[in-house]
Design a protein around this ligand. Structure first.
Ligand SMILES: C[S@@+](CC[C@H](N)C(=O)[O-])C[C@H]1O[C@@H](n2cnc3c(N)ncnc32)[C@H](O)[C@@H]1O
Length: 206
């Protein structure tokens, strides 16, 4: 099976190797996420749509038992090569091979941007299913400019992508059993490649 990211995997890994370097706020959020997971028993954490595994490795450095899952065989191969001590599995966020209620946390960093809007509830339900009670999800994606529009598609180098209204996403997460804890909205900066405001939403399974 080939997936849209296979042909871009090597370029993506090189381009975003140091992506957290100038992202002070995102690093702070990841630290907060890690602290919440550790405080709640330090269960395993899945980095869904982990790509080349650079953020999975960062989560490990923050003391989490993190592993990665990605649908792209090329991404999983690169992640394994770059991080020999870590576990990376081939799989889809829409049908996770993970037991109910078994995870202390889930990170979904720009990984649902290519999920068609009608399929996002299925992915969020899967995340809600695998999180343990009190487990945290940190999800990031691009926000719509007009919050009254639930979602909008946009051109993306790899394949069609979608951005979401923060309130609409928070509502879908609530429907999947995860209540909002906090959110940040970061404006595009001259130093990064973002076209749109980026939403980071932290939620907790009730
Ligand atoms: C924009 S990249 C983000 C990679 C990484 N999370 C990061 O922050 O650099 C999107 C990743 O999500 C993966 N992906 C897309 N749909 C997926 C799905 N249904 N299940 C698992 N991974 C998926 C892609 O293969 C790709 O590696």
């Amino acid at each position: 099976m080939t997936t849209p990211y296979d042909a871009f995997a090597v370029r993506y890994a090189e381009q975003f190797r140091d992506t957290l370097h100038d992202r002070v706020l995102e690093r702070a959020l990841l630290r907060a996420f890690a602290e919440l997971v550790r405080t709640n028993g330090n269960g395993e954490v899945a980095d869904l749509g982990c790509g080349p595994g650079h953020i999975t490795a960062h989560l490990r450095e923050l003391g989490l038992k993190a592993f990665g899952v990605d649908i792209s065989p090329a991404m999983v191969r690169l992640a394994r090569e770059a991080n020999p001590g870590l576990r990376f599995e081939l799989g889809s966020m829409a049908a996770l091979d993970i037991a109910d209620g078994s995870l202390g946390g889930v990170l979904s960093r720009s990984s649902v941007i290519h999920t068609p809007p009608q399929d996002l509830p299925v992915v969020l339900a899967e995340i809600g299913r695998v999180l343990a009670p009190g487990g945290h999800l940190l999800i990031s994606l691009f926000a719509t400019d007009d919050p009254s529009i639930p979602s909008q598609s946009f051109d993306h180098t790899v394949t069609t992508a979608h951005r979401w209204s923060p309130d609409h996403l928070a509502g879908m997460l609530r429907d999947a059993g995860m209540g909002e804890v906090a959110r940040t909205l970061c404006e595009p900066q001259p130093t990064d490649r973002r076209q749109f405001r980026e939403l980071q939403l932290l939620s907790r399974k009730g």
